[in-house]
Ligand binder design. Sequence first.
Ligand SMILES: O=C(O)CCC(=O)C(=O)O
Ligand SMILES: [Fe+2]
Length: 438
Amino acid sequence: MFNAAVGLRKALRSSSLGGAVRLARRGGGWKWRLACAGFCSVMMPWRAIGRTFAPTWRAAGCGRSIAAPLTLRRVVNEAGFEVGITMSPEEAEQLGLKPFGDGGAENETSPRRPKLYTHGPCCSPAAAQFVVPCAGFQDADEPEQQRMAEEALEKMRLNGFVVLESLLPAEWIRKLEAEAQAFLDLPQEGLIPQPLRAGRTEGHLAFTAPWASDWLLKNELILEVVAGYMTNMLAAGRTQEEQQWGLVQWLTSGASLDWFSLPEWGPKAGPLLEAPPAGCSDVGAAADEGPFFGRISLIRTPPGSEPQKHHRDINFPGPAAQVTAQVALTQLEANNGPLAYVPGSHRMLMPGFEVVANPPLGSVVLYDSFCEHRGIEHHGRKDRYAMYYEFETRGVFSGYTATHFGPSSGEHMKAFRAFVDPELREHVLRRQGSMVGA
Ligand SMILES: O=C(O)CCC(=O)C(=O)O
Ligand SMILES: [Fe+2]
């Protein structure tokens, strides 16, 4: 078990997910926040921090202050995940710390992979296997809509991502670009944008128009695919060690997504299930399975941004536990910082190439947070904006606390959840009911 666990740890570490330093404004001054997901305990330069600095460390989100020698400074939650620390930018600079450890940009030693493009002048016919044409979805009859949802679900299960081409009206999306720019440029009460890997900026959205709209967040195709896909409840009620042991067994059994539906890997009763600790998702309730709405943000990628390192947004508890919907608000071009995905990497397959998704405006890309991906370089002339919203199962550790994006971000997040969850859960319960009846 030990060797297999180490092997899994190494495989996931090579995907570059790790500790993150994030910036938060607290009171008057800016603070760097170290936040993390997955294996950051292995990645964080704790010794380097200890040699040069002996501050009071504050567990992000839990409000406790801990004045302690280095060995006690790692703030770990009840499930065994590191939940982070905060520090001023001056302190971070003094320690040589950057957001995401090394800034999150690709470096020379990272492997280069050939790229396939889904659209545009470099489009490859082979990339059609990652795309579902969805322009007709809204006007299609129910059986046709169901067929499209099943096709998207199948591609999602096979590849870990799917491009839903022209699902939303492009002219409505186009209007959101200016709104996004204003939202990130102007101060928003209680909301604080944070730096993201390789020069990007991310801010949580406010629960207001035009973001809180049915057409944008409650698309039937998206909700149906998410409801059908997200079956991993390994994080619910389990410690990091227990999740790791589960993932080792998943890997050695062949890494099939169906494995997560086996009854023994369902939610585990106990205090971690009843009350998920800081940094772990508290969506739904102890008795609930399947996805809930998580959080929603905007990302700005400025011209000149470097390519990101390949990464997974989460490592635990593996695939089918968190899914993100990317809604590009600026037309994605081959070279303005679109995302590239490694198909099959959510099932630990490595095909040796990556797929750049640069579909027309109005398209949505769904991707498993455990699927390797990265934002590639931005060689264009203007900022590229995209909206991201994600769905999660109970207990998933993201490293984000309710106040990561400012003191009010938790309230806005809850309002979005209350808005989307009733419809989403109808899809989930219908699918769960039909599984029981099957
Ligand atoms: O550049 C973006 O829009 C998102 C990049 C990304 O995948 C990340 O920072 O986790
Ligand atoms: Fe990412």
